[in-house]
Design a protein around this ligand. Sequence first.
Ligand code: HEM
Ligand code: HEM
Ligand code: SF4
Ligand code: SF4
Length: 437
Amino acid sequence: MAKHDTPMLDQLESGPWPSFVSDLKEQAERRAKNEEGVEFQIPSDVCEDLLGVLELSFKHGRTHWKHGGIVGVFGYGGGVIGRYCDQPERFSGVAHFHTMRVAQPGGKFYTTDFLRDLMKLWDFRGSGITNMHGSTGDIIFLGTTTPQLEEIFFELTHNLNQDLGGSGSNLRTPADCIGSARCEWSCYDTQALCYYLTEEYQDELHRPAFPYKFKFKFDGCPNCCVASIARADISFIGTWKDDIKIDQEAVQGYIGGEFLPNGGAYTGRDWGPFDIAKEVIDLCPTDCMWMEDGKLKIETKECTRCMHCINVMPRALRIGDDRGLSMLVGAKAPILDGAQMGSLLVPFVKVEEPYDEIKEVIENMWDWWMEEGKNRERIGELMKRQGFQKLLSVTGIKPDARHVQEPRTNPYIFWNEDEVEGGWERDVDEYRKDHQR
Ligand code: HEM
Ligand code: HEM
Ligand code: SF4
Ligand code: SF4
């Protein structure tokens, strides 16, 4: 017999998609039975009370969590999102319901041993409820009490060799696409770079020192499977400089129908036989492809590496060999001054350990933003306020046509005084000598 009636939530148990309600009920039941004899460190009915408070929110159409919550572990300034229920008597199991962010591995590859160890700890000291994973990337432990935080942190670090993720005005947990692990389009080892920079900037991640949050994301190619261009203050997006490699025989394989276009992604509907002119050549954004004597040709210097042709014919076309990444900066959600996607700052940089060139750009940006950024101003907003030109000057990057989609249309152009002959110091009496009042 469940602790609370949940008529509305019960409706979400029907339908084909995996039901979070059914899963929560199963977990509630498992804790009630406690067949493994776990000495639960937080209320055993935490899942029931979570369902209860959620049902109440469904009824009221309002949240029942109090404002904010400041909890954590000694030594760190972030990693735990404190939260308290505003109906603690009725739902005592979730009176404290803090969330812990746990650093995830690159590409989110796991062994069952590791996950089992994590869950053993979380069953014992938390709710057993998780989010796999948070949008930023972390493993999310959903729901525990304040006294358990240090206990969990001790276990994580001493027995599982595992750290917390980031929260607050700091470097948040970096995340990556699976990259070279399982993708033939990966232009650099996203997991290696993500891991390296996460370790390199642990201090910036654990102890907030910034005007606001800051995120890194790593995509192996412009397909952007981790959406770095939209969801990271710096996005690292793989690309190449030389020719796309063309296997002409495989191109014929596509034309002849031997290979399915797009790896068979559109087989759910009849789109007719593959037509290379219509589906590839005519869709190339720069019109730099053509067929000549039955061979596919690409004018490399006009190709913008959009990935379209490679995505359509993965067996015939391959990324080039001269690989690196582009760095784009400033992406953010709407608050305060409107949504932004990353703007191109570094068109191409080689990705070679110890990544000095990349670190230099990051640290120059940080030096600028940490000094000039207003309280709770994302770097994208600082770029708007002080100008892209300023970003270029602090990073020592030369302005380049690739930095803009189009040149400015307004004539409100600032010049540095030293660029203008004679400077700004002028004497009006000198002027009057030639121009009467
Ligand atoms: C034959 C007479 C005049 C000519 C040919 C002339 C021409 C111009 C031109 C070409 C501009 C630049 C417009 C732009 O921004 O693209 C301008 C701006 C301006 N003119 Fe005149 N103008 C004349 C008379 C006047 C007079 C008599 C006044 C004031 C009493 C005046 C006030 C201004 C002001 C304030 C602006 C600046 C507007 C802004 O900052 O956008 N002009 N004028
Ligand atoms: C008490 C009197 C005045 C007040 C309070 C006033 C106020 C203002 C304000 C607030 C602006 C906008 C500034 C900006 O945001 O860029 C402005 C612009 C302007 N005012 Fe006035 N103004 C006054 C008198 C005048 C007079 C007498 C003239 C011309 C004979 C004049 C010509 C202009 C012009 C041409 C602009 C546009 C400047 C630009 O586009 O950059 N104003 N004024
Ligand atoms: S972003 Fe590119 S390299 Fe990374 S997984 Fe997606 S397609 Fe592959
Ligand atoms: S990658 Fe894009 S721009 Fe380059 S040849 Fe292919 S379709 Fe054209």
